[in-house]
Design a protein around this ligand. Sequence first.
Ligand code: NDP
Ligand code: 2IT
Length: 450
Amino acid sequence: MEYVQSVVDFLKNKYPSDPVFHQAIQEVLGTLQPLLAREPKYAANKILERITEPERIISFRVEWVDDKGEIQVNRGYRVQYNSALGPYKGGLRFHPSVNLGILKFLGFEQIFKNSLTGLAIGGAKGGSDFDPKGKSDKEVMRFCQAFMNELYRHIGATIDVPAGDIGVGGREIGYLYGQYKKLTRLFDGVLTGKNPLFGGSLARKEATGFGVVYFAQNMMQSAGNSLEGKTCVVSGAGNVAIYCVDKLHQLGAKPVTVSDSRGMIHHASGINLEALQQVKEVERAPLSRYAELCPDAKYTPASEYPAGRNAIWSVPCDAAFPCATQNELNLEDAKTLISNGCRCVSEGANMPATLDAAHAFIEAGVLYGPAKAANAGGVATSQLEMAQNASMQKWTFATVDNQLKQIMANIHKAADETAKEFGQPGNLLMGANIAGFRKVADAMIEQGVC
Ligand code: NDP
Ligand code: 2IT
């Protein structure tokens, strides 16, 4: 434990203003002790010191002209964290809150998530403090072009392959790809999440949300249970949340909530998928619009939530799917969910539960699927898109979906078996961290100090 604590303390002193980065470091390193005690080679090779330091950070100015003719300036980043297992891989986030600390937390988590998929992909994350909300299509296009004017130098189909995340969906990936192609003349798989018209994989759009539900299904089955007939609370109303709702319906469960940054919907008879897609994918409107389309649904603005709480977690449920953003579910929320009878939590967002909330679930025996395992279906399907692009093939939806299902089952098995191996059966947080870490660390040792 001394080794872990010394690295955590060192990073906290060195980067004092990055709390979510500290949290991610603590969350991963805090579970590795049994492995480190058994395998002294990791300390001898200074793996914790090396793996926590990104291989490369690119930070750049993005300037563009808005619809009024005014010049706008944003900051762009790409954190190329670890390439021990393959080319850098991870999403781009466009949100006003984006800073280097957030991207380092996301990039660090991505290393172990990508390792868990069993595929040859390293870890990275990038993005910008650009806010797509309220921007016209043309403004989004000009921003994406300006962002790519610098990013293209640092990426490539076998170097670094970005994809979407918060604020970056099919529209943004299309504009980014168009500009990459213009600058390089290459029609290759440099971005994933592309429209299937020009090289995107079928089922990539659905993959993260579907995967989160497949993971929950695996957890439920391991406990002799299933999702059928279960009431489910979903947070978020973006790409991950929408396809989580879709798959829950398909499996006979009942998703009853969604939320965005302005408020939440509680629709007791079940979320209407078509209305949700109309509001979020077509109109890009706030969720209050959903209540106009479905008058029997109840809309609560975020301004009416109790202080410091996310009201969505007080809706009674059998299973919860946090699919919005980091730290959206705290210890009080976890206690509320547990006392209301929630038996399963599968994380679609990255690090949505605070560390004490995650521990509360594990201690209460709730089936808890940590983000890096439960939401790995998105990046796994991105790798399937890379494979299709590299071989100039196009697979059917069913082929991709079946592989996704198998990958999620493999991840669940790896996390479950590793938790047992280290004496904490059911602790998938520990199991996923150790299983993901071990492969990356071993690859780093084999590749030498370089
Ligand atoms: P989207 O931009 O499509 O949707 C994000 C949703 O979360 C929106 O409804 C948004 O509301 C809400 N949200 C964002 N920030 C906040 C906030 N601070 N408070 C409350 N609500 C918020 O993003 P995705 O669905 O792609 O991503 C959601 C989560 O899933 C993120 O944590 C992402 O890192 C993770 N993830 C995404 C993957 C993918 O393939 N896209 C893969 C794996 C993980 P509003 O529109 O009002 O801002
Ligand atoms: O957090 C994530 O795994 C993503 N945003 C998807 C990354 C990817 O490369 O598909």
